[in-house]
Design a protein around this ligand. Structure first.
Ligand code: B4P
Length: 203
């Protein structure tokens, strides 16, 4: 199993690269941002609560996103232990975003006798992030992409609460940083090289 954490600030290219990686490695894509937006679209109570926070550029509570990931992991396990897995693994996009989420993920994966292979971080400076998200906001319709002040709040939330997650994986020798500025295919190739290195190292 390849279990990849794709890490980086809002607008670093996680969603963009995830789309390519799931095809290349036959991975199940678990994006907490997408899961939350589908709850909002469905008008669930959870979605309504999450929307209030997301629209302010704030993170939603740990227990909410951990619960969603727990559910999705259970949903995607082979029915019997002897059954051959049909997927290559999971890509975690936008999760974990806090150290308690990272600890919970290790705990959840251990229940299925698996673990994170590596975490790849996309490094992009703040001004480029703001440029990208404002541009996406012109067409995405996402309320959290609509104004610069809100985007800066998301970047600040990342710097305060999410950045420490890199140290968590660094301590496990699973943290790799990649330049997230430049051609999308070149960045993709760099991620694939790191996956190869981590996979060989894990054998
Ligand atoms: P997410 O949906 O995860 O959104 P995101 O951080 O904006 O990243 P995304 O993956 O969508 O964008 P990408 O970088 O690919 O989170 C939204 C909100 O949900 C959070 O603020 C939070 O409130 C909540 N949330 C989600 N997960 C949570 C968790 N675990 N805990 C608590 N709260 C949580 O791309 C951005 C743009 O850049 C795109 O337009 C793309 O085309 C462009 N781009 C990508 N690569 C490029 C490149 N190389 N060059 C130029 N442009 C590029």
């Amino acid at each position: 199993m390849l279990n990849l954490v794709l890490f980086g600030p809002p607008g670093a290219g996680k969603g963009t690269q995830s789309e390519k990686l799931i095809k290349e490695y036959n991975l199940i894509h678990l994006s907490t941002g997408d899961l939350l937006r589908s709850q909002i679209a469905a008008g669930t109570e959870l979605g309504l609560r999450a929307k209030q926070l997301m629209d302010q550029g704030l993170l939603v509570p740990d227990e909410v996103v951990i619960g969603m990931i727990d559910y999705k992991l259970r949903e995607n396990q082979p029915a019997a232990a002897s059954e051959t897995p049909t997927v290559g693994g999971f890509i975690f996009d936008g999760f974990p975003r806090t150290v308690p989420q990272a600890e919970a993920l290790d705990h959840l994966l251990a229940q299925y006798d698996t673990k994170i292979t590596t975490m790849v971080a996309l490094v992009v400076d703040d001004e480029e992030l703001i440029r990208r998200l404002l541009k996406r906001g012109e067409t995405s319709g996402r309320p959290d992409d609509q104004n610069e002040e809100l985007i800066r709040r998301r970047v600040m939330e990342y710097n305060n609460k999410t950045k420490p997650v890199a140290d968590y994986y660094g301590q496990q020798d699973k943290y790799v940083a990649i330049d997230g500025i430049g051609d999308i295919d070149t960045i993709f190739e760099a991620i694939c090289s790191e996956i190869k290195r981590a996979d060989v190292g894990a054998e």
